[in-house]
Design a protein around this ligand. Structure first.
Ligand SMILES: *Cc1c(COP(=O)(O)O)cnc(C)c1O
Length: 372
């Protein structure tokens, strides 16, 4: 089979990301029968490694589908007919959650800010003051199409203070910075192997709190006997239990390698590498006179940098020139940021200061050519 490119581009995309060499190697291992005792023990060990990475007391679950499955399954399981959901919207993914909240809950209250800003914790406090009946809060931590980072821990503490449940989309932040479910008071916390962990797309990694599981068990409308059933995976990692469906064996191998790598490099070192790469990208962009998409630099995520298009370029033109002339692939905007930004991801293997430098060098030479 021919790959579309003989030399892969420098893929600084916001997911999928270039996977670590250890992950590629793991994908080549023999695919075992899922009820082979060796696989069952292996699966339990991977879930334990994920628990350690999540820094939780309770075993997380792995669902067999790209992270949107985990987010939708989390909403379906946790949000019940009598819930009033405060949906925090600072970007495309936050806005997208509204559909699920509305489908499963009684009412959705939206707290929205322009997509180049972030949620102010004080506004969340005010929302609780006005509506003490808010029972669930939903937050996208890093809304990737905007490259903005919401104050997860502050918002988590406010939700906890009011006894509300918290659902967090941490798909593009976990593994690239300090973002953990238990310290954020998250009852459901979803991430993906295919962003900052540097593995493949195809799985949803989900932490559920103790009281989250209790609420799911009480919720008679939570999916059961369905591909969307989060509860079906609760004890799947206990050897001897049956899996609701066949796990994606090769993806589990890949995840195992990515978690080993994360632990070996050391989470704090991994986060520092992401933060440093993003800081270099921002500094060099600003030096070049290119504006960041977020209104304030302190709102920028350490795992992706969104910048406004320099005059005279469309997003596709600039993206294609970077790819065709320099072999560097960036992501376009999405939804509200579509046509307005390009995005450099710093996720997993792509979080390398030199990649940020090379990208801005390439941008700089494209811009200087257009001035001639
Ligand atoms: C990547 C991502 C997801 C996963 O969804 P896709 O749109 O299928 O890539 C969910 N939430 C966030 C914030 C993401 O960055």
């Amino acid at each position: 089979m021919l790959l579309p490119l003989s030399v892969p581009p420098l893929m600084l995309t916001t997911g999928p990301v270039p996977v670590y060499p250890e992950v590629l190697k793991a994908l080549g291992a023999p695919v075992l029968y899922d009820y082979h005792p060796t696989f069952q023990e292996f699966y339990a060990a991977v879930v334990e490694k994920l628990r350690l990475a999540f820094r939780t007391d309770i075993a997380p679950v792995i669902m067999q589908g790209e992270a949107i499955l985990g987010i939708e399954a989390g909403a379906a399981a946790l949000i019940a007919k009598d819930d009033v959901v405060l949906n925090l919207v600072s970007g495309v993914y936050g806005k997208g959650f509204e559909g699920w909240a509305a489908r499963y809950g009684k009412e959705v209250i939206e707290l929205a800010v322009p997509f180049d800003e972030v949620i102010d914790p004080q506004a969340v406090r005010d929302a609780f003051r006005q509506r003490p009946d808010i029972s669930v809060v939903s937050l996208c931590h890093h809304d990737t199409p905007s490259g903005t980072l919401n104050p997860l821990y502050e918002i988590g503490a406010i939700a906890a203070e009011h006894g509300a449940y918290l659902i967090v989309d941490a798909v593009s932040s976990f593994g690239g910075m300090d973002a953990h479910p238990q310290s954020a008071h998250a009852d459901i916390f979803i991430t993906s192997p295919s962003k900052c962990l540097g593995s493949t797309p195809g799985l949803s990694l989900i932490s559920v709190s103790k009281r989250g599981w209790e609420k799911i068990e009480r919720n008679s409308d939570a999916p059961r006997g369905s591909f969307l059933s989060l509860a079906a995976w609760k004890d799947a990692s206990i050897p001897g239990r049956t899996f609701p469906v066949t796990p994606s064996i090769a993806e589990i191998y890949a995840l195992d390698a990515a978690l080993d790598r994360y632990a070996k490099e050391g989470p704090e070192n991994v986060w520092a590498r992401h933060a440093e790469t993003a800081a270099i990208a921002r500094k060099r962009l600003l030096e070049l006179g290119i504006a960041l998409w977020p209104k304030r630099e302190v709102w920028c995520a350490p795992t992706a940098t969104a910048f406004r298009l320099p005059d005279g370029f469309t997003d596709v033109e600039l993206r294609d020139r970077l790819l065709n002339e320099y072999g560097i692939l960036l992501s376009l905007g999405r939804g509200d940021t579509s046509g307005k930004v390009l995005r450099i991801a710093h996720m997993g293997a792509s979080a390398q200061p030199d990649f940020a430098r090379t990208t801005i060098e390439a941008l700089s030479s494209i811009l200087s050519q257009s001035i001639d």
